[in-house]
Design a protein around this ligand. Structure first.
Ligand code: PRP
Ligand code: URA
Length: 292
């Protein structure tokens, strides 16, 4: 959606046609959980292959049936860090690429009201056991979960950290690179923006629900108060004072991953932060998708 030139050099948006093809299938609201899981796995292979392209190798002498030859073996110890729940679907594919990797789970969920990550699982030992960490999380939305995971890993002693995600929002890229410019980010696409619930638009809906078939149904429309809170939470995630951004359009319904749909003229609805500098005098209208 965005051209690579507009991102910091630590952000790598795959240009591979197979990634683009599979991503379109993944986004499709008619893709059911079984197929969705297969696509997450296939996309993880492709992005993981790209993300590990710079791993150091050392010489490994091997004997073929004909003669001895210098081969290679991956040098650093690699840790996979899936962020629960949605990152789980990326683990097996990564382990197929690098079977010697350790897997260290981190449990975070986003508080629906504040959009801030809440940690609920972390069994990391005292000191880092790996040299390269790959954070696995399909969605980089506000970037709060990702930045929090990097904080945890750096406090653990990790020195080389990469984030592998399927879709990112510009807001999430800005948050993560703003806090951790040393973290490489590998994604299949950077989408247009977040909606007022912090969902990536056009995105793919809720990556966890779509993998695990946990759809709660359409639910009730959002109250004005909660909409205001969500918009303020997004302003906060972007480092802007509350009140900087305004919601635009009718109240959306709670997220239903099966049928995300952008209502209205995307041009008119779209907001172009962070490039606009978050000046309160500008009209910062948060576009949001309506779920039918
Ligand atoms: C999703 C996703 C990320 C997070 C991204 O998890 O898998 O972890 O949101 O959002 P952020 O960039 O705004 O922090 P969610 O909280 O829905 O939990 P789940 O994986 O258990 O469904
Ligand atoms: N988490 C998701 O699963 N999807 C989004 O669009 C944002 C956060």
């Amino acid at each position: 959606m965005r051209d690579a030139a507009s991102h910091p050099p630590s952000v790598h948006v795959s240009g591979h046609p197979l990634v683009a093809h599979k991503l379109a299938l993944l986004r499709d609201k008619t893709t059911e959980p079984k197929k969705f899981r297969e696509l997450v796995r296939e996309l993880t292979w492709l992005l993981g292959y790209e993300a590990m392209a710079d791993l150091a190798t050392r010489v490994r002498r091997v004997e073929t049936p004909l003669e001895a030859v210098d081969g290679a073996e991956v040098e650093p110890r690699v840790g996979l860090v899936p962020v629960l729940r949605a990152g789980l679907g990326m683990v097996d594919a990564m382990l197929e690429l690098i079977p010697t990797a350790e897997v260290w789970h981190i449990g975070l969920y986003r508080d629906e009201r504040t959009l801030k990550p809440v940690e609920y699982y972390n069994k990391l030992p005292d000191a880092a056991t790996v040299q390269v960490c790959l954070i696995l999380d399909p969605m980089l939305a506000t970037g709060g979960s990702s930045a929090a995971t990097v904080d945890i890993l750096k406090a653990w002693g990790a020195t080389r950290i990469k984030q592998v995600s399927l879709i990112a929002a510009p807001e999430g890229i800005a948050t993560l690179t703003g806090a951790h410019l040393d973290v490489d980010v590998h994604v299949a696409a950077v989408d247009a923006h977040l909606n007022e619930r912090g969902y990536i638009v056009p995105g793919l809906g809720d990556a966890g629900d779509r993998q695990f078939g946990t759809f709660a149904g359409p639910g009730k429309a959002m109250s004005r108060r909660n909409r205001r809170r969500s918009v303020d939470a997004i302003s906060g995630a972007l480092g802007c004072p509350s009140g900087t951004h305004r919601a635009y359009g009718p109240p959306s319904r709670p997220h239903n991953a099966a049928s995300p749909r952008l209502r209205g003229d995307p041009q008119k609805l779209s907001t172009r932060y962070p490039q606009c500098g978050h000046s309160p005098s500008l009209d910062h209208r948060l576009t949001f998708a309506a779920y039918s």
